[in-house]
Design a protein. Structure first.
Length: 378
């Protein structure tokens, strides 16, 4: 019996890493299920913000050792038409769009499917948190206009939506009430990477994500203005939005002297867990995550985790490993930080061990794989 053929259309894919979670989600999915499904990935030849391409064959199919076929597209109109020509030569069962708002790798691919130029029996759209209330507020006028213009096209019965949690399914329903939604949780391989507590910098908290409005670093800095406890705040991430980083730099200069901030820049994927282990708290008041691989990495590194309530990780407080708070209350974040660091160091170390146990028990890779099998089969 032949494998189901799935065309994955996404702006960023491995070996890229700067776009963060969406790359990890696709990498884990395609590698975990390459023996069961035939994945063809159509993607850019450039990592986020880079002008030099990956060391791959450009504008042609690359067959990887993991069993994937990846088409790395170059820049420019000529290469765009070349990639479209390559895609039309194949017949697929499913087109999987790893974003909703991406103009080239989602909207254009979707329109080519609608016109019958790309042949498949259905489309699966994974918004990756783009429909969360916080995400929709960013460039809201542009997004609202696009949704009004395109809404009728997405009523096609061949269109299905992939949500990675019930929270995201609700967000999708709020935008497309008639949406056919299938829930399949993101796959994480960290369960096999049993983490142990490392030596931690005392009174330290860390932010690790792209530097962009959605990830809400500026809000984190505003909260730290209200904290009276002396702390070290370490920031890791790619400067996706230069103007936003300038705002963050201004806020850093306004912090009280007892809050010491260090910006470390980008963090390579293979260094993430070992780096995070050095700190005591992960502070991530994001405006919306459909999953949040970095949250899994922080908990696996033994960090008490302070989040906004715009992620699926809403049970941290019940397990004593963190909290999820409303973005309407900066004071609540400040108090949560102060309350944690007011505890004795030995109690904080016990919390770190609880965080590792919590995430190891939470992850269920086989259950997630079964959800994808059902989603791709229907």
């Amino acid at each position: 019996m032949s494998k189901t053929k799935i065309l994955v259309s996404t702006r960023y894919f491995m070996p890229g890493y700067k776009a963060g979670g969406p790359i990890k989600s696709l990498k884990n999915l395609t590698l975990a299920m390459a023996s069961e499904f035939q994945f063809s990935v159509y993607t850019s030849a450039f990592d986020m913000g880079e002008s030099n391409p990956y060391p791959v064959k450009l504008d042609s199919w690359n067959h990887t050792d993991q069993g994937l076929d990846v088409y790395y597209s170059g820049k420019g109109l000529k290469n765009l038409f070349r990639s479209i020509s390559a895609l039309t030569k194949e017949n697929f069962d499913i087109v999987y769009l790893n974003s909703f708002f991406d103009s080239r790798y989602s909207t254009l691919t979707f329109l080519l499917f609608q016109l019958g130029i790309i042949k498949a029996r259905k489309v699966l759209i994974a918004p990756r948190g783009e429909f969360s209330p916080g995400a929709l507020k960013i460039k809201s006028k542009k997004k609202s206009f696009f949704l009004k213009v395109m809404h009728s096209l997405y009523r096609d019965k061949r269109i299905f939506w992939h949500a990675t949690a019930e929270l995201e399914a609700t967000d999708i329903k709020n935008v497309f009430p008639e949406a056919q939604i299938q829930v399949a949780e993101n796959i994480s391989f960290l369960k096999s990477e049993r983490a142990e507590l490392g030596a931690k910098n005392p009174n330290s908290l860390v932010f690790f994500s792209r530097i962009s409005p959605k990830k809400n670093l500026a809000f984190a800095l505003e909260c730290l203005k209200l904290v009276k406890t002396p702390l070290e705040f370490h920031i890791f991430g790619t400067q996706e939005d230069k103007a936003y980083w300038q705002l963050c730099e201004k806020l850093i200069s306004e912090l009280p002297k007892h809050i010491k901030v260090t910006f470390h820049g980008e963090l390579l994927p293979h260094n993430v867990v070992d780096t995070l282990k050095r700190y005591e708290m992960f502070f991530f008041p994001t405006q919306g995550e459909n999953f949040g691989h970095v949250i899994v990495e922080a908990l696996s590194s033994g960090l008490y985790t302070v989040l906004s309530d715009q992620t699926p990780w809403t049970d941290l407080a019940a397990h004593g490993v963190g909290c999820s708070l409303s973005l309407n209350n900066q004071q609540a974040f400040a108090e949560a930080i102060e309350n944690y660091f007011s505890q004795a160091p030995d109690l904080r170390a016990k919390t770190g061990k609880k965080a590792i146990d919590y995430i190891q028990n939470k992850l269920n890779t086989e259950a997630s794989l079964n959800q994808y099998r059902l989603m791709f089969a229907n």
